[in-house]
Design a protein. Structure first.
Length: 195
């Protein structure tokens, strides 16, 4: 019953809307269609003649290979010029040479038998004792000095001791773009409270 009433209302409303629209004269449209259907189109101009096909010679043996860079020069060990600075490649590698220098942390100092040792933490969290002459980092970094200095006190009126500042000084040996070796100083610093 409800469906029948809804359907009837829709049909009645559609008829009312159709009846209220104004009638548009279509005489101009009919005249245009009649005229367009009776006129003949102009003939097309003939196509120009095709040029004669001449196959091109393609010789790839004289061209460079597109997927290789012709400017790459393979550097042999003999091409590296000798200088006073060069890494010792014959010595055994130490444990901390497996890590980038930026991934190692200087976390403490230790004095054993009058000799200063630095405590260095690797990325896995293991601690290593490092002395002068040890190597660390991937660029042949050799520890040249372990320094401990008294820092500046934050507030002298409180009577607090100034913190100690430790520095681990290294000398890395890196290869330059002109096939030479050069040394580069690096410093890893840390601050800790003096008890």
């Amino acid at each position: 019953m409800i469906r029948l009433t809804l359907g009837t209302m829709m049909v009645v409303s559609a008829l009312l809307v159709q009846g209220c629209t104004p009638q548009v004269p279509l005489d101009d449209l009919k005249a245009f269609v009649d005229k367009a259907g009776k006129t003949q189109p102009k003939p097309l101009a003939p196509l120009p003649p095709l040029p004669e096909y001449k196959p091109a010679q393609y010789d790839v043996t004289t061209l460079r290979e597109p997927f290789t860079n012709p400017d790459i020069k393979v550097v042999q060990k003999a091409d590296i010029e000798e200088s006073d600075i060069h890494p010792d490649t014959n010595r055994p590698k130490e444990a901390l040479e497996a890590y980038d220098l930026d991934s190692l942390s200087f976390v403490g100092l230790m004095n054993k038998g009058g000799k200063e040792f630095a405590l260095v933490r690797d990325p896995q969290g293991a601690l290593h004792l490092v002395a002068e002459g040890n190597y660390m980092g991937k660029n042949f970094g050799r520890v040249v000095a372990i320094r401990v200095e008294q820092g500046k006190a934050m507030n002298d009126q409180l009577g607090t001791k100034p913190p100690l500042q430790g520095q681990l000084e290294l000398e890395e040996i890196i290869s330059t773009s002109d096939n030479r070796w050069r040394s580069r100083p690096r410093v890893i610093s840390m601050q800790f409270e003096n008890n």
